[in-house]
Design a protein around this ligand. Structure first.
Ligand code: PMV
Length: 320
């Protein structure tokens, strides 16, 4: 049988998930809302290999010692048809891995789509979501295009608005390509155990979800910006008040925030979000994108600025 290949894009959370209700099943403690982007992508090429004695995962051309975080996903997928054959999964990212750009979400989503096809599983949407969540709590969101809502109740996931309906720009300011020192998984565990703000963070989430869903529905940019930035700040407060504190933002991220405040004071409509890494993602209206990019270029130590759009969900591909 020939190779099967799938592609998926990272998604950036506007209303974020930080903390798990069930570590074994990797279930988020809260609902979240994200945008799936285009341009950056992960691919997964999968094929059976009769010479293998176990499944093999090759990430960016490096053979991994184990399946690591994708093992629960693979076990779940293989349980459907009691698949006994072993396969090779070759994953690539066209952007830095584990640096706060959601490579695990797009990576896992691409693997789920490819394996579903390779094993001929014909899984339902919910089964694909279940498979993805086992690998990364944010991965189900990369299965879907546009603005995506992952609801904690039953862990359902769906697009709430398609990309072309509200064509915003996302400007990614890459301030470092280093791998994060504390993985999201460890960071969430530490925060849940030690941050004095964890409980209120979880309890306030539904409020932010409601506001963001309303803002997206009526396409109210200012409301979406206000609730998204507020939610991002709350998450970083939880991270930074953990013991030991988790500082994912670096000096350049803070300079970016200052510049964003400056631009906002000068009448540019924009807002930012930052995940478990130092990259700053700016969301703005298309007419402001060029100006935002040129202003951000003036910040010392910015490594790269990438302009992307809201993009498609995970899918099979023939490319490459
Ligand atoms: O899915 P994970 O384990 O990579 O965690 C994602 C956590 C954040 O990116 C910080 C927030 C989110 O909702 O994407």
């Amino acid at each position: 049988m020939s190779d099967i290949k799938a592609i998926a894009h990272p998604n950036f959370a506007l209303i974020k998930y930080w903390g798990k209700s069930d570590v074994t099943n990797n279930l988020p403690d809260m609902s979240s809302i994200s945008i799936t982007i285009d341009t950056l992508f992960s691919t997964a090429k999968v094929s059976f290999d009769s010479s293998l004695k176990k499944d093999l995962w090759v990430l960016n051309d490096i053979e991994q010692e184990s399946l690591g975080q994708i093992k629960p996903t693979m076990n779940y997928l293989k349980s459907f048809k009691l698949v006994k054959d072993f396969c090779v999964i070759e994953s690539t990212n066209n952007f830095p891995t584990a640096a706060g750009l959601a490579s695990s979400a797009s990576g896992v989503a691409s693997i789920v789509i490819a394996i579903n096809e390779l094993f001929n599983l014909n899984l339902s949407e919910q089964e694909l979501i279940n498979a993805a969540i086992l690998g990364s709590g944010s991965a189900p969101r990369s299965l879907y295009p546009g603005f995506v809502y992952l609801n904690k109740k039953k862990y359902s996931c769906k697009t709430v608005l398609h990309a072309n309906t509200w064509p915003l720009k996302i400007i990614i300011c890459q301030t470092s390509s280093d791998k994060k020192l504390v993985s999201s998984r460890d960071g969430m565990r530490i925060s849940k155990l030690t941050s004095p703000h964890y409980e209120s963070w979880v309890n306030n989430q539904d409020n932010d979800i409601r506001k963001a869903l309303k803002a997206i529905k009526i396409k109210d940019f200012d409301l979406l910006g206000e609730v998204s930035e507020g939610n991002c700040k709350k998450m970083h407060r939880v991270m930074e008040t953990s013991k030991p504190p988790l500082f994912y933002r670096n000096t350049t991220s803070h300079l970016c925030i200052q510049k964003i405040e400056e631009m906002r004071a000068n009448g540019i409509n924009l807002f930012y979000t930052i995940d478990a890494g130092p990259q700053v993602k700016i969301i703005c209206k298309a007419q402001h994108a060029d100006q935002v990019i040129s202003e951000m270029k003036s910040i010392p130590n910015i490594q790269d600025i990438i302009e992307v759009n809201i993009g498609q969900g995970a899918r099979l591909t023939n490319e490459g």
